[in-house]
Design a binder for this molecule. Structure first.
Ligand SMILES: *Cc1c(COP(=O)(O)O)cnc(C)c1O
Length: 370
């Protein structure tokens, strides 16, 4: 039997293959390859989609994060609050500028526990970085309140949450900056590296455009030490094609998640829940298997079903952040989740048959045992 992969980017391509191929040729033949018409059109369309005044195209999600903190002037001596259970890029976005991450535990929806934020605020705290993990919007009502009360900047890591909403407002439109990745495996994946920020503030948008292009607004007049983080025309054009289909793409993932929720019935596993007021775009469908996670993973693999752990080592325990001196046990919920989570196959173009095979296999795991 054919293996079921955890993700299938080829299927996502095939869905709109003709449109992608037509656009790729158009850009290749245009004679203009970086920051041009496609980028400008993409920025306008993407800002409209998210519901912000501006968007700025960048080269990656990590660039969106670190440039956001750079533009906000948050660095050495400053603290930024972030959840413990995130992809390490969120944390690097903070530390590249010299700021210190202060970790908060997640809630049962795997989002930052909004009730645990205030106790971590010190006079060094400058910002909260909210990660809408696995595609679900965090509790932005509470978090925006806290930011107002303590006069903190708000940055959103939307690398996994294209289209997810809280109280009807899209992630990426709540804070000073929304930071997006279009890495190929994301819900809104490009065909190479790409990223963007969204913002409502014209000055922040202007500064981001300066920083992404070596710190220059006018050619060869460099105002600040910036980066080379420009979006290329090929990716911008292909992203415009995908953006036009985002509502369908999201709906398809919602249906896949619904089928898992309806079909999976095994007392060994805990299914994901969505908080009241929030939606999920199901970047990942993450189960928890408290007792036998690694055995469960191996069992699925033996049955031709591939899974991934997002993420086996939380950033505070990674070798890269040894210098923070955070010991095992310092974030017990984060660490518990790292040992229990497992992400099932989910991708655009996943067939009903493939999904039924995954569900049946899960339901047969340790059947008859306690
Ligand atoms: C993918 C991802 C990033 C980084 O995006 P890149 O485009 O790979 O740099 C940042 N944060 C989260 C939560 C991600 O999933």
């Amino acid at each position: 039997m054919e293996k079921i992969m955890q993700g299938r980017m080829d299927r996502g391509f095939q869905k709109y293959q003709d449109e992608y191929e037509k656009k790729a040729l158009e850009v290749l033949r245009s004679g203009w390859y970086i920051l041009g018409k496609e980028d400008e059109a993409f920025e306008e369309e993407f800002a409209k989609y998210v519901g912000t005044n501006y968007s700025v195209g960048l080269a990656s999600g990590l660039d969106a994060l670190w440039l956001a903190f750079r533009v906000l002037g948050i660095g050495e001596g400053d603290e930024v609050i972030v959840q413990g259970n995130t992809y390490i890029a969120s944390v690097m976005g903070i530390t590249i500028n010299g700021a210190t991450p202060v970790f908060v535990e997640p809630d049962k929806y795997y989002q930052i526990d909004a009730d645990a934020i205030e106790e971590k605020i010190t006079d060094k705290t400058k910002a909260i970085l909210v990660v809408h993990l696995y595609g679900q919007a965090a509790n932005m009502t509470k978090i925006t309140e806290i930011c107002k009360k303590y006069n903190l900047r708000l940055v959103e890591d939307c690398a996994q949450s294209h289209g997810a909403c809280h109280d009807g407002k899209m992630t990426g439109s709540f804070g000073d900056f929304g930071c997006f990745s279009f890495y190929p495996s994301k819900n809104m994946g490009a065909f190479g590296d790409a990223g963007a920020i969204t913002t409502n503030d014209p000055e922040l948008a202007r500064l981001m455009k300066i920083y992404r292009n070596y710190g220059s607004e006018k050619r060869y007049h460099n105002m600040v030490v910036g980066a080379n983080s420009r979006l290329d025309e090929l990716q911008a054009g292909l992203l415009r094609v995908k953006l036009a289909h985002m509502d369908e793409i999201t709906k398809e993932r919602e249906q896949l998640a619904l089928k898992y929720a309806d079909g999976i019935d095994n007392p060994m596993v805990i299914k994901p829940e969505v908080a009241a007021g929030s939606t999920s775009v199901w970047h990942q469908y993450v189960l928890r298997v408290p007792e036998y996670r690694d055995d469960f993973k191996q069992y699925l693999e033996e049955n031709g079903i591939m899974t991934i752990i997002h993420y086996p080592i939380p950033p505070h325990l990674s070798e890269a952040y040894k210098r923070l001196e955070l010991k095992e046990g310092s974030l017990p919920i984060t660490e518990k989740y790292a040992n229990e989570v497992i992400s099932l196959p989910i991708y655009a173009g996943m067939t009903d048959e493939e999904q039924s095979r995954v569900i049946e296999c899960i339901n047969n795991y340790r059947k008859g045992t306690k």
